[in-house]
Ligand binder design. Structure first.
Ligand code: HEC
Length: 220
């Protein structure tokens, strides 16, 4: 939406204004300064929104920035930080150096990062204990197949993914062994996978993956 507003600023205000001014000059008239002022105002808006919009464009790599209840506040803080940094460069072009601007921007971003840092999540409901000797690799592979492989495959069948997200394929036993540590971290400790739990992994399955990992992630 912000990007669309920025394009609108250019196409509906800045360019038509310029055309009117050029036309006036071509006819030997004094151009109305209002077009220049309006264009300048919109280009200032666009200038300060550049960094926030760039961040929004790549933000799907950082789901923690928009998936929480405070996503609106996170976006506001990141936007303000981007504007402060931009303001620093605008002044710098005029020869004015104000280091507190980027420092404040960086401090705001550091604050957001700390706020969003994924903490280990307690399992919902009573802890499920699974004896590692009861876990077979076939159990693990079945869970991964059911809950992860629709996305984490060379050609994912779910969503708009063209390749395996984060380059992590979990299709065969070798892949699962290779990524055991990160599977454990994402699905058991941080519980950020499956994304949005769209594949409805159960608490028992998470506990089973945990037991497998703690037993040294044995294969077959
Ligand atoms: C709906 C699709 C989807 C499903 C289902 C899914 N993932 Fe993911 N996974 C993603 C996306 C998207 C990313 C990359 C996020 C990013 O760009 O940072 C990812 C990233 C990861 C990563 C790397 C994250 C990191 O920073 O180390 C691991 C590990 C992972 N997934 C494991 C799993 C496991 C295990 C399951 C099943 C229990 C699973 N995923 C299910 C979409 C999915």
């Amino acid at each position: 939406m912000i990007g669309t507003c920025m394009v609108g600023n250019v196409f509906f205000v800045i360019i038509p204004g310029q055309k009117k001014m050029v036309a006036a000059i071509a006819q030997g008239q004094e151009p109305d300064p209002i077009y220049g002022l309006r264009g300048k105002q919109r280009s200032v808006h666009n200038n300060y929104l550049t960094l926030p919009v760039l961040f929004i464009m790549i933000s799907n790599h950082y789901p923690m920035t928009y998936s929480g209840a405070w996503n609106w506040a996170v976006l506001i803080v990141i936007t303000v930080a981007g504007m402060l940094i931009r303001h620093f460069f605008n002044l710098k072009h005029k020869g004015i150096i104000k280091p507190w601007l980027p420092l404040t921007g960086a401090a705001l971003l550091a604050g957001v990062s700390l706020f969003l840092y994924p903490r280990p999540q307690a399992p919902k409901g009573p802890a499920i204990v699974i004896a590692p000797e009861l876990v077979t690799f076939a159990n693990v592979q079945e869970i991964i197949n059911n809950r992860c492989v629709s996305c984490h495959a060379a050609t994912p069948s779910r969503g708009n993914f063209v390749t395996a997200p984060a380059g992590i394929k979990l299709e065969d036993a070798g892949d699962i062994k290779r990524w055991a540590g990160r599977i454990h971290e994402q699905a058991v400790v941080r519980r950020s996978m499956p994304q949005g739990n769209v594949t409805a992994i159960t608490e028992e399955e998470r506990a089973l993956l945990g037991a497998w990992y703690r037993a040294g992630a044995p294969g077959q």
